[in-house]
Design a binder for this molecule. Sequence first.
Ligand code: GDP
Ligand code: MN
Length: 387
Amino acid sequence: MKVHEYQARALLAEAGVPVPKSLVATTVDEAVSAFHDIGGKCVVKAQVFAGGRGKAGFVKLCDTADQVREAATFMLSNRMVSPQTGAEGIEVKKLLIADAVDIESEYYVAVVMDRAKRTPVVMVSREGGVEIEVVAKEKPDAIIKRWLHPHLGMIDFQCAQLIASLGFTEKEQKKAATKVLRGLVNVFKNYDCALAEINPLVRTTDGQILAIDAKMNFDDNAIFRHKRLQEMFDPAEENAMELRAKEHNLSYIPLDGNIGCLVNGAGLAMATMDLIKLHGGEPANFLDVGGSVTAEEATEAFRIVLSDSKVKGVLVNIFGGIAKCDTIAEALITAAKEIGFNIPVVVRLEGTNVDRARELLKEAAIPQLITADDLTDAAKKVCAKVA
Ligand code: GDP
Ligand code: MN
């Protein structure tokens, strides 16, 4: 799960990280009134689940109410396109109006789970700002890392080393930077983050250390134990199809290709995608209906796959164990009646009640439905149909 910058800032502030004053607005008028409440120069920032806002024109420094009006109007009426969004971009529904700061230097600080070392790693860099990905690629030495002991957390000397590597030598600044790092590490640990990042952390011209952008990802499997995060969940920002799938106990992941896959079991779904690729096709999604799928859930799965306009053909691959082939056949028939298949649907069923399933499908005589003998046959047929 992701949260917006304003929510991440709130978590940081509660953990003792110094953050400039800010307000959230959902309309142009609210943005202007937030500007007056803050008083003086401010920065208008689109609240979306993607970075690269600065370069896309969705972070704007404003000196006057008219400038705020103009920036807010632009951001709320244009979709933001950045290297992180895809060509279609994302709609901006909320803005953050933050007290602007005069920046002397920008730093990067983050805590992320290092899967290979199986422990969190703190990363800092003096080359913070909008291009940390470029720094990571071209100058990896400019990113200093310290791995945390899973139980002891960040030990004082590690914190001191990280702060020294950022070039903070003056006592007050070291104190402030310690607060930032400790606060960030605590947020990471206390909220089961996968990533907690401040980019940039800035030193202002008057010597303050402040977090002016924050990004956080949380482990979905831990959300149940954080009421605070549940309250922050914003369904409007999630992929509508993924949400719909979740409500029906289906796991659905959209991909870039044009062959919809409807499979039971994650392992079988992977094998199905491999075979599609082997025969020259590209999967449009990963849809796992699970082991004990009901007819309604399976029908919903068809609705989800068929509602994606990218999908030019569907491969249904079911190995009936707990999930019965006839249940899937019934769902296919219902879906065909309800939505109608205007694209080829290749079906491979095997396992429990497969004979009954074949009879049902034969009786129903669904146009566009193609049966396959085995998985290779199914993959070849669907790839040939969409080619
Ligand atoms: P991102 O592009 O989505 O990561 O958005 P950020 O919030 O990081 O803003 C991008 C850049 O805008 C920062 O790296 C700063 O250089 C600049 N910026 C953001 N807030 C302020 C501010 O209050 N004052 C000044 N001078 N620049 C800012
Ligand atoms: Mn940033």
